[in-house]
Every structure is written in structure tokens, then in C-alpha cells.
Design a protein around this ligand. Sequence first.
Ligand SMILES: [Zn+2]
Length: 291
Amino acid sequence: MNAPPGTTAASLQHHFTVDVEEFFHGTAFEPHVPRSSWDEWPRRSPEVMDRLLAVLDEHDLRATLFIVGWLAELEPDMVRRCAAAGHEIAAHSWDHRVVAAQKPEAFRDSVRRNRALLEDLTGTAVVGFRAPSFSITPGQEWAFDVLIEEGYRYDASLFPIRGHPTYGYPDAPADPHWVHRPAGALVEIPATTLAFGGRLWPASGGAYFRFFPYGYLRSAFEQAAGRGEPATFYIHPWELDVAPTVAAPWRTRLRAFYGLDRTWPRIERLAREYRFRPIIETVDAMEAPDA
Ligand SMILES: [Zn+2]
């Protein structure tokens, strides 16, 4: 626990996380933008991240940036600028393949290569990982063992919700906790949820941040703080941009791009109202687990 129960969200430090990737990395676009055509699209992340870095700097906030390896290799200066601005650099896989679609050895290669590149670019240890599309789901716990063996100290891939078609780990605790595995232990930092009507609902970023009123996120932050725990917010660069012209079903486009005009004003409000620190500082402050 980070603070006494009953703490208010404004007095705690939370986690502002960005999954740094292009829109076509999103799992929903996989059927519509083939991997073989990724190179042909303009990369918008560098420009968007510069704008975001300026907002974070203005409010003296430090974030955790989970960066796709494929993008980092093509945009090394973006990675260096993010690190130089004082943010924590973490891994988001090499090529955004979901965990269940990979054999353990392919997953290992992906997280090893991602980490090595980011460490080369920044000169700083990379110890955090978030799976593409929160894709550590029940049955994929072997991924924790690979992460531990590859030197990662924390994971941020679990979404403790039920009912979502592609992700969710319903029985995960809602707050930061230790995960014990045959390979050792690592800290899990789940995406923040809102408890309502006897279950947990996604509330902490992405489409939920754009679709629902701002007060929904704020309630989730207050609930976490009431338990003495930090909240974890997430967003993507393509949610802070104009919608691209891409041939995809309207449902896919709606979910990915609806409400983009709200994102910046809400980000600015979030940055004004709450304090954020890198996840690694929360991990460092957590007591070591019993063996
Ligand atoms: Zn992603």
C-alpha cells in the first residue's frame, strides 16, 4: 500500500502511461493494415509525443512510456527525447503481436530485442513491460516467467475486467501487487478500473477516456486513492492526433477515433489535477515479497 486508506487522489502520485505506437499497430487494425505495409504509412508519433512532452513538462509530471521496438528503431531520436525529458522508458513488444499469438520463444525474442534497443538508445535500464492490447490473459501466465527471466521487474498488462472480447484478467487484484511464478516474482501494475454494481469496469484510459465523461475517470482515481493506491492511466499517440484515412469497418474506426477532439483538453485537465510519477518509483517503494 502506498498511502493510508481514505487518501484523496489529489494527494497521491499516480501513473501516466503512454503506449507509444502508430494507429496501425492496434490489434483492431491488424486485418485492415497488413504488417507488410507498415513502412508505407507516415509515422505520426514523433510529432504527437513532442506535444505531449511539452504538456507534461509544463506541469512537471513524469510518465512511463511503453514503446514498440519497431517504432523505436525507425524513430530513435523520439526515444532519446522522451528519455532526456525525464520519463521512464519501458517496453511494449517488438512488433505488437498479442501474447497468445506467439510461442514462448518468439515472445522471448520480442521482449529481449525491445529491451536491448531501448537500453542502447537511452543508456538506462528498461525493466517495465506492457503487452500489446493488455494481452496477458488467463492461460498466458507463462509470459510472466519469460519477463522475469529476461530481467523485467514489473508488468503492466493485466486489465482486471470481465466481458471484453479480447482482453481482461478477471481475477487479478485491482491494485499493484506481486505475482509469484516458478521463475521468481515481479510486480504487476494493472490498468485502473471502477468498481460499480458489484464488478470492475475499465475506466482508466484509451477509448473509455474518450467515450465517457471525465468524472468517470476521476471516480476511478478516487476509488484507488481511497484504498491508498495509485491509479494507472493509459493513452496512445494516435488518440492525440487526427483520424487517419484508412479502409476499415465503421465500428473499428468509431472505437479507435471517436472523441479525438476531446483528448487534448482532457489530458490538460488530468495534468492539472493530478500528480504522476514513473511506475518504477512505485515498484521501488513496494516491499519485497515473501519468498
Ligand atoms: Zn499497444
